[in-house]
Design a protein around this ligand. Structure first.
Ligand SMILES: C[S@@+](CC[C@H](N)C(=O)[O-])C[C@H]1O[C@@H](n2cnc3c(N)ncnc32)[C@H](O)[C@@H]1O
Length: 244
């Protein structure tokens, strides 16, 4: 089985395809990138392969070790820098106004003060620099809990962005309006908003694994609805591009 045929790779393409397309369509050649909470480097290494210098700031030593291995294997270790750090102390690792692009994917959910975190990101971006922000959306989580028969959890989630499902539950979930307001308060102008994973989490993994061509067709469908506002409330995640 080739790498691109592996189920995990196929599922990853469904989850990240829309975001990757939007970022790579907008990013300028050679632009410097800071990937805050970039983890094991799924985005960072691919961007480095396109010639971008990328700094990944992440608190997890394990994730940073995996990032280093991945960058080595891809032959881009010279372009990828891993730094152990936190969004709240980003300014200690990245100079003020120095980044062309900041990626903040799946992190605003876990910081204690999202408004302050966006202010910190604005501080390291150069004027006119680009923020790619990906956050968990509350509406889809309500639907998912209800469809699983957890009606009380769905009810609790409706209006409580911090409601956690179980002890290890994920952090804050946003509506698109909430995150757009937070961005405006931090001085960002939103350029684009798109729906991510509208169908992907509703489709059984076994269907994608067994049905030839199903993953590619699902990726096409996700692309087709990403920019349609009527699908935004159904999306597991909201992706925004914003400039400082
Ligand atoms: C859900 S994963 C997202 C990884 C990657 N950005 C992606 O979209 O696939 C969250 C990542 O954020 C990191 N993280 C957790 N708390 C953080 C914080 N306060 N500041 C920065 N990164 C954090 C975790 O170590 C993890 O790598």
């Amino acid at each position: 089985m080739s790498t691109s045929e592996r189920p995990s790779v196929r599922r990853s393409s469904v989850r990240t395809g829309v975001v990757w397309d939007a970022v790579t369509a907008r990013i300028e050649p050679g632009a410097s990138v800071v990937d805050i909470g970039g983890g094991t480097g799924g985005f960072a290494v691919r961007l480095a392969q396109q010639g971008h210098p990328v700094t990944v700031v992440d608190p997890s030593p394990d994730a940073l070790a995996a990032l280093g291995r991945r960058a080595d294997e891809a032959g881009v270790a010279d372009l990828v820098t891993g730094v152990q750090g936190d969004l709240t102390d980003l300014g200690a690792h990245v100079g003020p106004g120095s980044a062309d692009v900041v990626l903040c994917h799946g992190v605003l959910e876990v910081v204690p003060d999202p408004g302050a975190a966006l202010g910190t990101i604005a501080g390291v971006l150069r004027e006119g620099g680009l923020l790619s922000l990906l956050v968990a959306q509350r509406h889809a989580a309500v639907v998912a809990r209800a469809m699983a028969g957890h009606f009380q959890q769905a009810l609790a989630l409706l209006d409580d962005p911090d409601y956690r499902v179980g002890a290890g539950g994920r952090g804050r979930r946003y509506t698109a309006d909430e995150v757009i307001a937070l961005l405006a308060d931090a001085g960002f102008a939103v350029e684009a908003t798109q729906a991510v994973r509208v169908f992907a989490d509703l489709v059984p993994g076994s269907l994608l694994d067994l049905e030839p061509g199903a993953t590619a067709a699902l990726v096409d469908l996700e692309r087709a609805v990403a920019g349609r506002s009527e699908y935004l409330p159904l999306a597991t995640q909201v992706h925004l591009l914003a400039t400082r």
